[in-house]
Write a protein that binds this ligand. Structure first.
Ligand code: ZN
Length: 429
């Protein structure tokens, strides 16, 4: 009944009764459980077997050694970097970024191959929807994601600060004419890269496009220093690339304080947020209350990537995702690129869930909520596509194999290092 993720075996077209070790989604954890599925793939019920009672007309499927959840949302990836493979960080960001600049694909065909490979690894990791950064004006990456069949948002990345800002603005002015806003299940988005590489006018123009917007923010102490004081190594970087001008003045703010207006107006996905202060948290919780085109502003936490780059640095407080969650802010999970990961065989926020379960003892329901519902809210995906609630139509069900009659199937699934499998539901796409 199950196969390795990628090409799923159909479960058939009749009514199904899935007997599972545990079922979990953002709303509930049930163990053991029965999942009743209509022929259409719609969820009719999820509950403890004794509360479901007998269903003689439904075909029973024994999955009592599987923990089942909806397909996951990876809210931040760089599929175009997939073929670089995992690399050591080395401890120096400038050296690392230089390696990326030298080795990233540049021809449309090389970008296409990388994105298709990344989409395959994402599917293999149980990803139902993905938010990808189409690197450096990477329109071929948008088209490749559409070709891959993996739905979600492809955010076209743009740079431009100081002397480079006019060029970025000009590109943004024509972005909507360069590709379809919505095609192949992939929505066009825009990603001003970061506060040190994009000026205020560029953020405002990106926000005015009315597209989903994602940006790296509050990622490093150097970025905070750049925004507050217009000093430090990022000034040197801008000088090297010829973008620096003395008209770039200190903002005397945090990155979030500086950019709250355009980020709020576009219901942005704020990626990383490794260094947020109390006022930032307050502002984010206020902005997260606003909806735009079915999206909410929220934070994407890339737990493994943050560790890879050594965040939070010594002396800084841990990432504040739990406080954000308590404030009602959606906190989605993202992987960042495969370069920063320890799982060459898949690209999956299941591994972020596992990391947070192990490191911070986050409860399983919360982890699934971050990996499904919150990602869907940030990307603007119909929540019924990532839910097991009655009446939902999940875009695929994931199974993680555990020992039969395990006393702690969910804990076992989160401690495992195996890839998940897809259960395909006839009638769903
Ligand atoms: Zn990123």
């Amino acid at each position: 009944m199950t196969r390795q993720a990628g090409s799923a075996a159909p479960l058939g077209s009749d009514r199904r009764r899935l007997e599972v070790a545990a079922a979990l989604d953002a709303s509930a954890v049930v163990a053991p459980a029965v999942i009743l599925l209509a022929p259409s793939g719609e969820v009719e019920a999820v509950d403890h077997p004794t509360r479901i009672g007998p269903t003689p007309e439904a075909r029973s499927v024994d999955l009592t050694d599987r923990v089942v959840m909806p397909g996951l949302v990876n809210a931040h990836a760089h599929l175009d970097l997939t073929l670089l493979g995992p690399r050591p960080f080395g401890g120096d960001w400038t050296t690392w970024a230089g390696m990326i600049r030298r080795e990233r694909p540049t021809s449309p065909e090389a970008i296409r191959q990388a994105v298709l490979a990344g989409a395959r690894l994402a599917r293999a990791g149980g990803t139902a929807f993905l938010g990808d950064i189409a690197g450096n004006r990477g329109l071929p990456a948008v088209e490749a994601m559409r070709e891959s069949g993996l739905p979600g948002v492809s955010y076209v990345e743009v740079f431009g600060i100081g002397l480079a800002e006019p060029g970025g603005l000009e590109f943004l002015g024509s972005l909507r004419d360069r590709t379809a806003v919505d095609a192949g299940g992939v929505r066009l988005g825009v990603s001003p890269h970061a506060p040190y590489s994009c000026g205020d006018r560029l953020y405002e123009a990106a926000s005015r496009l009315g597209l989903p917007l994602a940006t790296h923010l509050a990622e490093t102490p150097e970025e905070l220093r750049f925004v507050a004081d217009a000093e430090g190594p990022l000034v040197e970087l801008l000088k090297q690339v010829g973008a620096w001008t003395d008209s770039i003045r200190p903002w005397r703010r945090t990155p979030l304080g500086r950019l709250a207006a355009p980020l709020g107006e576009s219901a942005a996905a704020i990626v990383h947020g490794n260094y947020l202060d109390d006022a930032d948290l307050e502002a984010i919780s206020r902005l997260a209350g606003v909806r735009r085109d079915g999206r909410r502003l929220g934070v994407v936490y890339c737990a493994r990537a943050s560790e890879y780059f050594g965040h939070p640095r010594e002396g800084a407080r841990p990432h504040r995702y739990r406080e954000l969650l308590e404030l009602g802010v959606p906190v989605a999970l993202g992987t960042d690129s495969l370069v920063a990961l320890d799982t060459p065989e898949r690209l999956s926020v299941l591994d972020e869930m596992r990391r947070l379960a192990r490191r911070d003892a986050v409860e399983p329901r919360r982890l699934v909520e971050m990996a499904t519902l919150h990602g869907a809210e940030l990307l603007g995906i119909d929540l019924r596509e990532v839910s097991l609630r009655r009446g939902s139509r999940p875009r695929g069900l994931l199974a993680v194999t555990v020992a039969r009659e395990s006393r702690d199937p969910i804990g076992e699934a989160l401690r495992a290092e195996t890839s998940p499998e897809w259960l395909a539901l006839a009638g769903s796409s």
